[in-house]
Write a protein that binds this ligand. Structure first.
Ligand code: GFB
Length: 402
């Protein structure tokens, strides 16, 4: 009997906790917005995140923070990693109302977004890879078709009962009254949650949204891990962080340089309207010799301009070849040591690059762009491989620092 009473008390306590969490969370009468970060890896998803945050604010809807989508070698289904594994939720609230997808689904979805009312939003009909699913009389977003689409929504057991095509509406809320059009067409009372099959944002990130990076702050775990690495593994003194994007996917991507005005994150150095020049191959894939030349030049420049805070080491982040041997050989006469993480960790690499005294990134890479934006928030200097062009540099007085 005593045991039963205790059990009942425990159940009551749990119910009380759940209901008080719900009360704390409340429901947003202005509605919610969420999406699948279904395009690309982290750099792409981060660009899309900033745009989606701005879009949610313009529509005055709470942004449901989606997990990050990750791909592991040999696994057929994407992995969904909770948003707050890498970034703090609280600082985002200084800009706009947000809630993690887990909190929303566990505490609010039953009331606000019952299973029978889950609508997926896409621009126009998306065809399924399985031909038999494409019915001309019933166009559909096929929001869960393929990887990562299916695994993403499955993470929270979300199925859609209907599709909504929002064309011709779009996401640029900075240059038109688009937000008002969305609100008029999809009021919160009838559409409590706008759930998009892909991010409601452009890639690369719109210029106006770059500054939102300030609200994206590393979680305690990554702040601690990056500080520990810098303190314990690097020699005392200033260090130069570099990003070498040189895997086979990148070699192939760089082939598109010759027939493009822009590629991925290239507006970050060339400008959104190519104000600072056209694309050229060295921007995407600098040679080993060019990398070593630029490193030596940067280290010497810092020696001359900041003699009290000379560069003592180089930290290399890379998806493939860190060039540790070559760089150590090239820089040892300058008294510089070269370092990398003992194990691959794209997020820790980013967090460390964000804190380096100087940074050289790849202008085309959205992974580098994440670092550049974060450093801009803190006023830290960043440069790019091969920018400006070596021959232009000799003839003009262009400042390398952006
Ligand atoms: O982040 P991401 O979209 O940047 O994709 P890009 C590159 C991924 O490669 C990262 C890994 O998310 C990481 O998983 N990676 C890249 C790294 N650099 C590093 C690094 O320094 N350290 C570690 N540990 N991992 C483009 C995409 O990638 O690549 C395009 O934007 C396309 O969509 C193209 O897929 C081929 O912008 O560099």
């Amino acid at each position: 009997m005593q045991w039963l009473k205790m059990k009942l008390r425990f159940v009551n306590l749990i119910l009380l906790l759940i209901s008080s969490t719900c009360a704390q969370l409340g429901g947003d009468p202005n509605g919610y917005l969420t999406y699948c970060p279904c395009m690309g890896r982290f750099g792409n998803q981060a660009d899309h995140f900033l745009g989606s945050l701005a879009f949610a604010k313009a529509l005055n809807r709470t942004l449901i923070l989606p997990p990050w989508v990750e791909y592991r070698r040999g696994e057929l289904r994407s992995r969904q990693v909770p948003f707050n594994t890498y970034f703090e939720v609280e600082p985002l609230k200084e800009y706009h109302r947000v809630i993690t997808m887990a909190d929303f689904m566990w505490h609010l979805a039953d009331d606000i977004w019952p299973e029978s009312e889950r609508v997926s939003f896409c621009y126009k009909e998306r065809y399924s890879l399985q031909q038999e699913k494409n019915d001309p009389d019933k166009p559909n977003c096929h929001a869960k078709d393929g990887n990562p689409f299916g695994p993403f929504w499955d993470t929270f057991h979300i199925d859609f009962v209907r599709s909504e095509f929002y064309a011709p509406l779009h996401f640029d809320v900075h240059h038109s009254n688009e937000a008002a059009k969305w609100q008029a067409k999809y009021p919160a009372e009838s559409y409590p949650v706008l759930a998009f099959t892909g991010a409601p944002a452009s890639f690369p990130v719109q210029l106006e949204n770059c500054k939102l990076q300030r609200y994206l702050q590393w979680s305690q775990r990554y702040r601690d891990a990056s500080k520990d690495f810098i303190r314990e593994q690097l020699p005392r003194g200033a260090f130069l962080g570099i990003h070498l994007r040189n895997g086979i996917d990148w070699v192939r991507a760089c082939e598109h340089v010759k027939d493009s005005q822009h590629l991925f994150a290239s507006p970050q150095c060339l400008g959104y309207k190519n104000e600072r020049g056209a694309l050229y191959p060295e921007l995407c894939m600098p040679s080993k010799e060019a990398i070593i030349r630029q490193l030596k030049r940067t280290i010497k420049n810092v020696r001359q301009t900041q003699p009290d805070n000379e560069i003592k080491s180089v930290f290399v982040a890379s998806d493939s070849n860190h060039m540790i041997g070559e760089l150590n050989t090239a820089l040892s006469r300058m008294g510089i040591s070269v370092h990398k993480l003992p194990e691959d960790d794209p997020y820790l690499d980013l967090a460390i690059l964000g804190q380096s005294n100087h940074f050289i990134g790849n202008c085309i890479s959205s992974y580098s762009a994440f670092v550049k934006r974060e450093r801009d928030v803190h006023g830290f200097p960043s440069y790019f491989w091969g920018f400006p062009k070596e021959k232009d540099r000799k003839h003009t007085n262009v400042h390398e620092e952006l």
